[in-house]
Design a protein around this ligand. Structure first.
Ligand code: FAD
Length: 304
């Protein structure tokens, strides 16, 4: 077939959306507004994060089950190893199975930040709980013993900050696959070539599950750079350049952010990537715009 014109939106892409459990009434409202805008895009699944150290156990459960019940979209619960025994984690998983949740995003987790602000995101200072699952691969195996969950795990195109080496990190991903993971969702990245190089290395290691790029639409460039710094995510100079001078003009910044994300996704799509996972931060606007440009359109009537 002749090549498609460059500007024609791709077809047949699948997307998934990640949310975090809301803390306040106001945040709850914002979350549901976002869900009602994003659900019509018919995502393959949505997922709800688990706060550092299990701090959102109840809220994650309540949010995941409510989204699945209200929208009918398969909802995945994130679950981590931090600060809990195996028995406690197994009980959380069993409660998910009993509530009809069949998909878990299994993670090691990071220690909660210490009062001096160190630790937390990026994972410095992690200590396995003495009676717990030490690493995500152990958690995947444990979950499979509890029930036949669909299990997604994390992967790190630019290498996890605590990994002894890039090879070690790939071996770790391989262990997660061998334990039963059927999909790996990537940490966000700003250089799509980093993802493609990682995909090649993973394939060379015999890792044959889908690797789904995690896309973080940039709402606040300074914050994105700060978060990226903690997770080994390089910010290309061209990107810093693009966002320069836009701090005081949020609308312009949003247009730029949407364009950047669309170009990154289309670049990956041309390399055969057909699924994208969006870190929505519970805000729909940018993600809806990006999906629209990627040819992902409403399939269900919008909720009343
Ligand atoms: P692991 O796969 O266990 O790897 C962690 C590190 O340990 C790696 O450096 C690995 O190479 C190394 N390692 C693994 N096994 C061994 C071993 N036997 N010996 C020595 N080193 C080893 N965090 C949350 O708290 N809640 C969430 O909801 C959440 N959701 C996330 C969703 C996605 C898609 C991603 C990418 C991350 C998420 N995180 C979440 C963050 C995640 O918990 C951290 O990135 C964490 O530091 C690593 O988790 P992991 O599951 O990749 O750990």
């Amino acid at each position: 077939a002749p090549p498609k014109p460059l500007l024609e939106p791709p077809s047949g892409l699948r997307v998934s959306f990640e949310f975090f459990p809301p803390k306040t009434e106001k945040m709850q409202e914002a979350l549901w507004q976002s869900i009602h805008r994003l659900a019509p895009l018919d995502p393959a699944f949505v997922s709800v994060t688990y706060g550092a150290g299990g701090s959102t156990r109840e809220r994650t459960h309540a949010t995941v089950t409510a989204i699945q019940a209200e929208t009918g979209i398969p909802a995945a619960a994130h679950l981590t190893c931090v600060a809990a025994t195996r028995e406690e984690i197994d009980a959380v998983a069993r409660a998910y199975w009993d509530a009809g949740i069949r998909h878990i995003v299994a993670l090691r987790g990071d220690p909660p930040p210490r009062p001096d602000g160190t630790g937390g995101l990026g994972g410095t200072g992690y200590q396995p709980h003495p009676g717990g699952y030490a690493y995500a691969a152990d958690l995947v195996a444990g979950l499979k013993r509890v029930a036949d969950f669909e299990i997604s795990v994390a992967c790190f195109p630019e290498v996890h900050p605590e990994a002894r080496s890039a090879e070690d990190d790939l071996d770790n991903l391989r262990r997660k696959v061998d334990a039963g993971a059927c999909r790996a969702i990537s940490q966000f990245f700003f250089d799509p070539d980093a993802f493609l190089r990682f995909r090649d290395k993973a394939a060379a290691r015999g890792i044959d599950i889908p690797l789904v790029p995690g896309v973080m639409p940039i709402m606040n460039f300074a914050k994105a750079v700060e978060m990226g710094g903690k997770c080994n995510c390089a910010v290309p100079a061209w990107m810093t350049d693009l966002f320069e001078g836009l701090d005081e003009t949020p609308e312009t910044r949003q247009l730029v952010a949407a364009t950047v994300a669309v170009e990154q996704c289309r670049y990956l799509e041309r390399e055969g990537v057909k699924q994208f996972h969006f870190y929505t931060l519970n805000r729909a606007e940018l993600t809806v715009a990006i999906c629209h440009m990627l040819g992902v359109r409403a399939k269900r009537p919008p909720a009343a």
